[in-house]
Design a protein around this ligand. Sequence first.
Ligand code: ATP
Ligand code: MG
Length: 419
Amino acid sequence: MSKTIQAVRGMNDMLPIDAPLWEFFEDTVRDWLRGYGYQQIRTPIVESTDLFVRSIGEVTDIVEKEMYSFEDRLNGEQLTLRPEGTASCVRAVVQHNLLYNAPQRLWYMGPMFRHERPQKGRYRQFHQVGVESLGFEGPDMDAEHIVMTARLWKLLGLQDVALEINTLGSAAARAQYRNRLIAYFEQHAEVLDEDAKRRLHSNPLRILDTKNPAMQALVEAAPRMTNDLDEVSLQHFEALQAMLKAAGVAYRINTRLVRGLDYYNATVFEWVTTRLGAQGTVCAGGRYDSLVEQIGGKPAPACGFAMGVERLLALLQDHAFAPPLAVPDAYVVHVGELADKQALGVAERLRDAGFSALLHCGGGSFKSQMKKADASGARFAVIIGDDEAQAGEASVKPLRGEGKQVRVALAQLADGLRG
Ligand code: ATP
Ligand code: MG
């Protein structure tokens, strides 16, 4: 026998046993987004590499070392499996001119790919739900995003998820801050690791995002951006805070929060939990007012966020959440030649009436079929034996709790299940 083939490292199967949890999450998310008037967008999983280099930034973890890129076999085009959803979403909005006469509230859900070291809460294929609002300038939209995520945690029954916010200011403010940071890190060059040294002049803000424990003290003592912030960004940030307070959403300002992607400006935020160990950020986002223009569209302000589905599901499990089990309403048992002929039609009749039905397949004795009916979790067994088949009837046997078996004409079958 040849060696079995395994899934690629860091890429997981979603097995049937996990499906109820995923489906509960996805259903909740769809309802939640409908409640805020967001529309779905789906973009291809493969995009041209250049899209991500241009938007996420050349000197970032994602672009430097995490992308799955390959060359198109025929025309040599450089392609990449999307590592995140914002760039693709903005690309589609620009390409189809969706901002032509109205701003857009959009969402997406799907797999993302990053070549990271797999560990709990960190995979090479993972899933995100993302929300992007394009064409909205004011802090009211930043507030909407934060308030809506707070509602989602409530809908999911999640506790211990805390909000951290920060502002990155305008491009000019960041340029000024950048210089101060470079000067500071240059004074401590001996503590910088390889990544930091490489980024010192290209992208020093990234150094603040380091996960290297040996550099934490240095980063902690680094100058903060507060003094460089421009008036417009400060007002935006203060207005946002006032809205969060009015909405009763608690937050903590974290001046170290810079986010791992280059396209952010002004507001950035993360929702963090202490219940998942090192991989505690379950949702992250912010404003990216220059990205639409950078990708070739007419300038338009925008903001958005993305959440990590696997991390949120792990958090749900940590709350001992048990998703509602999907059990069929009826299991159709049939024994005898005539009954076998009728069974398919009886099951269809049940579905016509809005019931879910599992049709027994593969023959076998009445006893063995009833065992399967029981094991399926169905509420009723709908039984067709020779007698029933001759009479155009079926027996309905409640499988859970009390209630006695009744025999009904096929035309009345639905009533038999309604009790
Ligand atoms: P981290 O700092 O954990 O690497 P990030 O800043 O790279 O996160 P984002 O690009 O902001 O992550 O993605 C948004 C969310 O997607 C994260 O907060 C996290 O919940 C989730 N996420 C990111 N990378 C992974 C991954 N490799 N596996 C699972 N979930 C992930
Ligand atoms: Mg990352």
